[in-house]
Ligand binder design. Structure first.
Ligand code: NAI
Ligand code: COI
Ligand code: MG
Length: 349
């Protein structure tokens, strides 16, 4: 029986198209011959906005819905006012498709550059809430642009939204050998949202006595990401803290060019979306300097989500082998395209 995979592709802005091209190259190389890959590219991002003023029209949202998964490069361009695309396209997608689990694994592969002394064993996953927190646009400004301006950006936390992501994190921790889950928040100051998170975390935890739990304030967590990252197994946190912590996690595990992510709709009502943790990197766009490994590892997350476990593992092994062959520094002498070629060859052999 032949199988098919219908993939929506949003290359986006800056280095997005460069790294997505490599992700597709590796995907094509790794898929078994009986799997028919159908890709549909969506022209969304800065170019579309400049031409039409549109960020994510309903017709595109509807068309995206019909795919098994979405592969996204990156969104955001200096020529577009900050927030227009990030909010109107990227966050709109995550919210519309109820991507409430934003999964960001961090692993220190052998021979990758880390600024940390002693090369600690790092292998944890951040489960970042993806649909709530301060990213919902729940705010406004008064007397805008005047010296008396007042702005609010209110963090939205619902018991429903917190419980479902906390449950997902417990289930993930339970399925891993170390069975440890850390809640990161700031409940010594953000007492309303923080206590909602902590109370739900403790209540759901009673159903998982085999999972060891702890709690860290987010500021202290940043210390331990650097001084003791091996203490972490699974971390659950809100949208903003998870965003910040996962850039730091990337920095200590070989750099932002290696960090993959999955925006998952666990209920499978909508397609999940896979993208590197990094942004559109306008400072290096168009120069062939972007490391496509984060996107390639995001393709592995995509394959695992769709049940192609063996193919996902092949990609991860290929990345590990490729990294082992690097000279131990973050910078690679190879171009984006050359790294993609090398990974495609490895997964196919
Ligand atoms: N998911 C997304 O689409 C995201 C979009 N953005 C947007 O991207 C734009 C740029 O944001 P920044 O804050 O500069 O973050 P960024 O992640 O794009 O870049 C931060 C630094 O990391 C480097 N970098 C990023 N990806 C790399 C890669 N694959 N290989 C090598 N180096 C890499 C960049 O050159 C830059 O020095 C903004 O418009 C921002 O809103 C930011 C983060 C996520
Ligand atoms: C650009 C933002 C909307 C998101 C972001 O930085 C991220 O998800 O890592
Ligand atoms: Mg980010």
């Amino acid at each position: 029986m032949s199988r098919s995979l219908s993939l929506a592709v949003i290359p986006g802005d800056g280095i997005g198209p460069e790294v997505v091209a490599q992700g597709l190259k590796v995907l094509t190389a790794v898929l078994p011959q009986d799997v028919k890959l159908e890709t549909t590219e969506f022209d969304l991002g800065a170019g579309r906005w400049h031409r039409t003023g549109e960020t994510l029209p309903d017709a595109d949202l509807e068309a995206l819905k019909g795919h098994d998964a979405i592969l996204l490069g990156a969104i955001g361009d200096p020529s577009v006012p900050s927030g227009v695309l990030e909010r109107g396209l990227l966050l709109k997608l995550r919210f519309a498709f109820d991507h409430y689990v934003n999964l960001r694994p961090s692993k220190l592969f052998p021979n990758t550059a880390t600024p940390l002394a002693g090369r600690p064993e790092i292998d944890f996953v951040v489960v970042r809430e993806g649909t709530e927190g301060p990213y919902t646009g729940n705010g406004g400004s008064l007397r805008t642009g005047t010296p008396a301006e007042v702005a609010t950006e209110v963090s939205l936390n619902t018991a429903y939204g917190v419980e479902r992501v906390v449950r997902d994190a417990y289930a993930r921790a339970d399925s891993r050998p170390r069975k440890k889950l850390t809640l990161v928040h700031k409940n010594n100051v953000l007492v309303y949202a923080g206590h909602l998170w902590k109370n739900i975390f403790d209540r759901v935890g009673r159903e998982y006595p085999q999972v060891t739990t702890d709690y860290l304030h987010v500021d202290a967590a940043t210390i331990f990401f650097v001084t003791q990252p091996d203490r972490f197994d699974v971390i659950v946190t809100d949208n903003l803290f998870g965003d910040i912590l996962t850039d730091l996690a990337a920095a200590v595990t070989g750099g932002i060019g290696l960090a993959a992510s999955a925006n998952i709709n666990p209920d499978r009502t909508f397609p999940s979306m896979f993208e590197p943790v990094h942004g559109s990197a306008p400072d290096i766009a168009g120069q062939g300097k972007a490391d496509p490994t984060a996107t390639v590892l995001s393709v592995a997350l995509l394959l695992r989500h769709l049940g192609f476990d063996a193919e996902a593992a092949r990609i991860e092994e290929a990345v590990a082998a490729d990294l082992a062959g690097r000279d131990g520094t973050a910078a690679s002498a190879r171009t984006t395209d050359e790294i993609g070629d090398a990974l495609a060859v490895r997964v196919a052999s």
